[in-house]
Design a protein around this ligand. Sequence first.
Ligand code: AMP
Length: 747
Amino acid sequence: MGVSVGIDLGTTFSAVAYINPKTKHPEIIPNGEGSRITPSVIQFLDGEMIFGSEAEEAMAAGEPDCVATFKREMGNDDPYCYIDGVPYTSEQLSGFLLRHLKEEAEAALGDTIKDAVITVPAYFYSREREATINAAKAAGLKVKKIIDEPNAAAMAYGLEHWRENARILVYDLGGGTFDITLVVMGKDGQLSTVATRGNHKLGGRDWDARIEDILLERFEADTGLDLHEDSEAYAIVRGLSEGVKKQLSAMSTMRVAASFPGFGKSTVPISRQEFESGTSDLLEQTGALCQAVLDEAGLSTKDVTDVLLVGGSTRMPQVPAYLQKMFGKRPIAHVNPDEAVALGAAIQSSKETETYTSLSVQVIDGKKKTDMGSVGLGVRTAVKPAKKLSGVGVMTLRETTAHAMGVVAINDEGDRYYNEIIIPANHPRPVRAAKRFRFYTHPRSDNELDLYVLQGDSENPVDCQIPHKYVVSGIRHVKRGEIAGTVIRVQYSYDANGVIHIQARQEDDTKDLPVRQEPVPESTYRFGRPVASGEVTDGVGFLQAGERRDVVHKYKAVNFSNAEWIRFDRITYHPSGAEFNEPSVHVVANDEKIEFHGYNVSAMDEGVTYTIDGNDDFDIECEINTSTIQPHPGGHLYISLGIISANLTQDGGSIFLDGACVKTVGPRFTLRMSLTDGGKYEVYVNDVLAGSKTVSAADSIDVVFGFTHESHCCSILSHAYISDIKMLQSSGGSDEDESSETDTWDD
Ligand code: AMP
């Protein structure tokens, strides 16, 4: 048959629980040593792996090849450690541990494990959740669901203390992380998360560091040693700090002894009060996040009916004392923080999976007001008396998205990237939302669309997490005679596990386009900069050789993502052999501006081209200031708009039509080309018609913006700019190139 279990895969400890079929209540499954929790530590010894307390003891004794706290790097593809030269990622190590937990639980139950619910911190991003699922798969476990640790703890609590309409704040302070989650006990055993926040860089370790500071100061005063400069002595103090912290949870003063090389034994006093006053700012940080969650839910501190303590660091007396002051009630600590999460996961393991909902709230300025009505918070109804639920069967859990999901977009002004939120934080999951985008295809290349999905509330994309780069491929070129560009519908989903899924369809197709995941390129730092800045270094830019992709964004009718980047590597260096730190040549192109830079260049030929179908309706306009061609006279700016071309130097130059000069221009002028859908093609210089032609629908028109620099050898920067380029292509519709909501679809 097999048993369903719940697993708390913790940073410091792990635990496994199941629903006892006789009592219908969750129970911890003891490990092989009879312990209810297993330290999340692995020792590699003689080709074997040792787990749990034995590995933990080996590590404490300073034995090599022991690894712990690897959960902190979950989702990071870099190796967490090397054992005998072999790299292991956090995901692999977690897989080993999960396999061990599975085998021990199977031995204890005398049955196989059918599937498992595994818990993760609420703040875990999609990538960390995916890594947890992969680790479980590698361990031979079928993952029934991933649930958030605070929700699991609330379930374990709720089973014994169900009070309809109770609003429970789960305060989870672990070794390295802090999560705060508001859950509501609804009707018929429905437990719903309302809001969650966290700081995954705040935890017991920060309190340890403060103890370390106090001890270092005291030991330095006592010994006269400079412990900050002595790495061995420093390590001795650091090794003491966590233990001292834990002892201060039980006693109000103590003396700490240490033996330093070259000095001998030193003993210094420390009191809980000193420790507490040296860490009050850390507690206040947690308090601010509690307040943020309440604000999100539209509640005040007095509306919270229970404060539930989870995580080892809540054993510090300062935590309940601080919360009691803040909420006016004593926090609840009688759920064993080491076991509650596994017990809650076991409850969830007896449940079926949820079905998707479509986005049900409006997102305004990237924010939504929590949909309180649907979770019973709309009316502050009285809390009903406590009761013991008849069994786990009656309880259901509704979780929310911990992080907003957005995409990189460009603002109205076209000068800044921002995070356009599609699914807000704290929305019930699983959830889907779909958007439509106009995408301009090209007849002669792969039409692929890059999507940079973001997780986080910040408006600035670089402050958000990018789980993966998603590339939508197989987009058909939309042929002549049809409206320009094509509509791509993108569906963004958070599944029940909080993992992101991206799907895309073209036009009204009922089949998904292929979507692949690629590693996030390092160049995404550019999303934090102004769009038009000269941000490009070699090989990094909006466009790269052969690529015709871009982030999905709104507002521009046409952008250079569909333009072809031409880069000739005919670059020779200055005969002096001088070395420069600058890239020798680069071109920056974006929607409105192209910059050409050449440094120490004797010959180059760089540019972007855009091909227009002869049948299209098109308008290109640009401001040209040739005085920006600096400073060497050997550089030419070259612009070709199909029938007409311009060859320009610093002082201006000539406009040619079919090879003959038709106009001379000074350093500043406007150039405009328009193509009507009847095939009439006109070029204006300073708003005066310079030439026209009727093109047949079969002729496509190449538009080239290029910079050539021939035969001269200059050791100083040459550059040219074309700015205010407006390329407008009739879309046959009104606002279709702006992203807009559309219907979601089922898998
Ligand atoms: P967790 O990640 O929930 O297992 O919590 C681990 C953290 O709890 C570590 O930082 C421990 O130092 C801390 N911790 C465990 N027991 C105590 C205690 N009695 N007093 C203070 N901190 C503790």
